[in-house]
Design a protein around this ligand. Structure first.
Ligand code: SF4
Ligand code: SF4
Length: 364
C-alpha cells in the first residue's frame, strides 16, 4: 500500500480506502472479515456514510482493537433512525445519529467530522441556520472531532463552503465520466471541476473520492459513455492522478472483493493507462493535459504528466508547485522537441510547445 499525507492535518492516508455504502449488504461475519482484510492489507482510511445503519456494529467488531491506527470520516447529516440511510438537516436528528454511530463503532472520537452532502447553496444556509454546523464546531472544540470535512457533488457549492469553513478534507465524486459531463453527478464543467482539484492541492485540502466507477457505469461497455469498459484499476488511477486526491473509496462486501481492490498496488503501468477516454473528451477538454503519462516514454526522460501538474498548480498560485518542480531531475528545459508526445497524446495536447512555455515560466 502507498500512502499520501494530508498537508493540513499530517494524517498519513492509504491511497486505497474503503467506502461503506455496500457493506450493509453483507452478513455481520462477512462484513467483519472484509474490514479486517482491508486493515491487514494496509487500508487505514474508512468512510462511514453507510447505506444502512446495520453496518456500524461491523466496524466496531472488526476494528475496535486497532482504532488508533485507522481514520474514520463520519457524516453530520447522515441519519439512520429508520434503518436505511437518510439525509437530515435537523439538529436533534443529527445529534442522535452521531451519538448512535459513536456507540456502535465503539469509539469516542471522530477523525474527520463531515459537513454532509451539500449539493445546493440552500443546503449550506439551512445547515448553519439549524445549528448543525455549530454543533460540529462544538464537537471539534471539545476534541471529539479532530478535523473538519465536507462532502458534495457540486463544484459551485464546494467553492462557497471552502470560502466559509476551515475544511481539511473534501469528499468529492471523481471519475472521467463526471469530469466529461456524463452521468448522474456530472456537476460543473471541465474547468470548474479542475478548479476544485487544483484549489484543494494548492490549499493542502485532501480529497477522498466517492463514486470512482460512476456507480459501475464505467465498468460496463454497454453503459459507459466511453463505449468501452474501463477496469477498476484504470478508474482508481484516474482519480489518484487528479490534484489534491489522497484516497479513493470504493465499496466492497466481502474479503475477496477487498483483495481485488488491494491488487491495485501490484498492477503494472499498462494496466493503469486510462488514456482510452481521450477519444471521447468533449471539445472543452481538448488540448488540456490530464497528467495520464500515456505519452511516455520521453527520450529526454521527462515526467510529462508531473511537470504539467506542477505548472498548472503554479499558474493557480500554489506556492509549493515551484518548489516541487525544482526538485525534478529532468525539467521542461531538457525537452528536445522530438514531438513524440504530440503524436501520442490522445487529448490533443501540443506538449512540445507547452514544454517551452513551462521552461520559460520556471526558468528552466
Ligand atoms: S500530454 Fe497527453 S498523453 Fe501526455 S500526460 Fe498530458 S494528457 Fe497524458
Ligand atoms: S517533445 Fe519534449 S517532452 Fe515531448 S517526448 Fe519529446 S523530448 Fe519529451
Amino acid at each position: 500500500m502507498r500512502y499520501r499525507i494530508n498537508r493540513r492535518t499530517g494524517d498519513r492516508i492509504s491511497e486505497i480506502g474503503l467506502g461503506s455504502a455496500y457493506l450493509c449488504g453483507a452478513s455481520m461475519d462477512e462484513g467483519v472479515k472484509a474490514l479486517r482484510t482491508a486493515y491487514e492489507g494496509g487500508i487505514n482510511y474508512f468512510d462511514l456514510a453507510a447505506g444502512n445503519g446495520r453496518a456500524f456494529p461491523m466496524w466496531g467488531e472488526a476494528l475496535h482493537d486497532v482504532r488508533r491506527n485507522v481514520i474514520y470520516q463520519i457524516h453530520f447529516g447522515a441519519d439512520y433512525s429508520r434503518g436505511e440511510y437518510g439525509w437530515s438537516l435537523e439538529l436533534d436528528t443529527v445529534k442522535r445519529s452521531v451519538e448512535r454511530m459513536l456507540r456502535e463503532l465503539g469509539t469516542d472520537y471522530i477523525d474527520y467530522g463531515f459537513i454532509h452532502c451539500q449539493d445546493e447553496a440552500a443546503d449550506w444556509a439551512a445547515y448553519r441556520e439549524n445549528g448543525v454546523y455549530g454543533y460540529l464546531l462544538e464537537m471539534k472544540h471539545a476534541g471529539v472531532v479532530r478535523h473538519l470535512g465536507l462532502s458534495s457533488h457540486t463544484p459551485s457549492v464546494i467553492r462557497q463552503i471552502l470560502d466559509d469553513a476551515p475544511v481539511d478534507m473534501l469528499m468529492f465524486s471523481v471519475n472521467p465520466a463526471y469530469d466529461y459531463g456524463q452521468g448522474e453527478y456530472a456537476n460543473g464543467g471541465v474547468d470548474e471541476r479542475s478548479a476544485v482539484y487544483r484549489r484543494c492541492e494548492r490549499d493542502g485540502i485532501g480529497i477522498s473520492v466517492m463514486k470512482p466507477f460512476s456507480g459501475g457505469q464505467l465498468l460496463d461497455a454497454a453503459r459507459s459513455p466511453f463505449r468501452k469498459a474501463l477496469t477498476i484499476y484504470q478508474c482508481i488511477r484516474y482519480a489518484l492522478d487528479r490534484p489534491g486526491v489522497l484516497t479513493v473509496l470504493p465499496g466492497a462486501q466481502s474479503a475477496e472483493e477487498v483483495r481485488r481492490l488491494l491488487a491495485y498496488c501490484d498492477q503494472p503501468g499498462d494496466a493503469l493507462d486510462y488514456s482510452a477516454i481521450g477519444g471521447f473528451a468533449p471539445e472543452e477538454a481538448s488540448g488540456k493535459c490530464v497528467y495520464c503519462n500515456h505519452c511516455k516514454p520521453c527520450p529526454a526522460g521527462l515526467d510529462v504528466g508531473l511537470i504539467n501538474k506542477y505548472y498548472d498548480l503554479a499558474l493557480l498560485g500554489d506556492g509549493m508547485a515551484a518548489e516541487h518542480y525544482a526538485g525534478l531531475a529532468r525539467k521542461a528545459g531538457d525537452c528536445v522537441g522530438c514531438g513524440h508526445c504530440d503524436r501520442r497524446c490522445p487529448f490533443g495536447v501540443r506538449q512540445s510547445a507547452r514544454m517551452r512555455a513551462i521552461a520559460t515560466h520556471f526558468g528552466g
